[in-house]
Design a protein around this ligand. Sequence first.
Ligand code: NDP
Length: 609
Amino acid sequence: MPNQRFADGEVVMGRWPGSVLYYEVQVTSYDDVSHLYTVKYKDGTELALKESDIRSQSSFKHRKSQSSSSSPSRRNTSRSRSRSPGRPAKGRRRSSSQSREHKDDKKKTIQEADLALLQKPSENNTRRYNGEPDSTERNDTSCIVSEQKLKPDLEMERVLEQYSLRPRKEEKKKEEIYSEKKIFEIIKTIEKASSKTKELEFGGRIGTFMLIFFLPATVFYLLMMCKQDDPSLMNFPPPLPALESLWEARVFGVFLLWFFLQALFYLLPIGKVVEGLPLSNGRKLQYRINGFYAFILTAAAIGTLLYFQFELHYLYDHFMQFAVSAAVFSMGLSIYLYIRSLKAPEEELAPGGNSGYFVYDFFTGHELNPRIGNFDLKYFCELRPGLIGWVVINLAMLLAEMKIHNQTMPSLSMILVNSFQLLYVVDALWNEEAILTTMDITHDGFGFMLAFGDLVWVPFVYSLQAFYLVGHPTAISWPVAAAITILNCIGYYIFRSANSQKNNFRRNPADPKLAYLKFIPTATGKGLLVTGWWGFVRHPNYLGDIIMALAWSLPCGFNHILPYFYVIYFICLLVHREARDEHHCKQKYGLAWERYCQRVPYRIFPYIY
Ligand code: NDP
């Protein structure tokens, strides 16, 4: 195999997969192992191409001048009579000015060819290369043809119809080019190559290595601080507990019991089964939606324990030991996940956790959807043991507060914290299906980051306010409580409606209930909403989430910053997450994403950021 023929940064002509059309692209990198070039098209789309699909600009121009009859630019102008998706619908035929524009196009060389013609969502995009049709915003949901990338027959049909490729002596060759097998091969090759993670996040190898220690250290630091009478930052470092006091086999046993009880609930054949979003190989995994039932069953089990006088504040008394147990378990789980991921087929690896560096892949998660039979480990851990565990911990804190302070009723602050967070968890479980379109499920692998996040960080850090209130009672008045409640409701409303709007739109863009929403079509077949919540800021769901986070901290008063750790950390997390998502969306949607950003300039906070 020859060495790299085209240099990084070189501008060449790259074939668009599944077609005979070449576009100007820039080589961004070359993979020695797969011998594939990663190239960037003018609209920002990045693909991996074989060397045979790349030509130098000079050779291309030369070839074109030799054979004008079969030049792609001519094909571009020849129209089929059939109703191809590339042709305007009856009611939307080209105006005369558009025809003139179209004729002018004939003069253009293939380098200037209309990439929009290749955009999969049909005639919405059939004008100019730069995605600037008269109006790219539609609320005509019928225009969306999702997943065409994975339907080569449609792709083939569309290309054939648009460019009248059927006759002529090259027919046999064309058939070969457009054969399903060939297109599938191309798509497979692209996806295989593009599954390698090139851009490392979280500070790369060093950053992820440090996070593996830093995250557990932060949890234990917060818990130790919270236990102090004066948890002010000035009181640093908190007295370290004796090492042997951190571990108790019984506590670990209770943790295991909890984990496997939740696993049992997950396996129960109750609740509907739905399909997730298509994977890179076109397959859709099935998920059982029974998180809410698991919550009800857990509530019944806890209720029974309380009825039989089980002291739930055992959790409070052994809180640190539970955190250590969960951390040890999540580390063991992460090691298992990494080892099993080494045997996973390439196509099942996470796009973000396949760098080839052990530490990085271990942290971010190497395998996208690790499953034992039908048991989806990531999906299970995302919402069950940690999230439901958080509610149980909060309840234990409430009972501990009553017991320690000899109260017949929990404090108003404790009631607010418990209620707000209960609403959040119940909402997540009630709308469990929505998680299937989130980054955690579709992009991030299952490794230390999510295992530790789901099983340790969520239950033990998110319950910090309730833990704090046990040791540091805070009295708030009814009007203050009412104001905080209103704030939480506003946050919740934004959070829920934004998430539902996007989730419903992704699941069924043709839903008549969403007909009022406008969107920008993109080359992938998916639209980007530009009205509704997603036209307000680019991540309205994060905005709602942050408002709620503030409402959860306020009942703890202003004596210490510790209970505000959550909201401060959460803003950092979501700002970082937003930047990651922007980056992915820019790669996915190219120019369409830029247009969306122009149209919706603020990322999370209106008029601020
Ligand atoms: P989002 O649900 O925000 O999804 C982002 C994706 O939405 C993008 O990648 C894109 O994916 C799609 N999208 C972006 N813009 C548009 C648009 N204009 N129109 C249509 N689709 C668009 O991602 P997260 O997974 O980060 O968040 C899910 C929820 O979970 C949020 O409410 C968040 O606040 C919450 N969360 C909570 C955490 C916690 O610890 N409590 C932690 C992290 C998140 P595509 O186009 O491919 O569909």
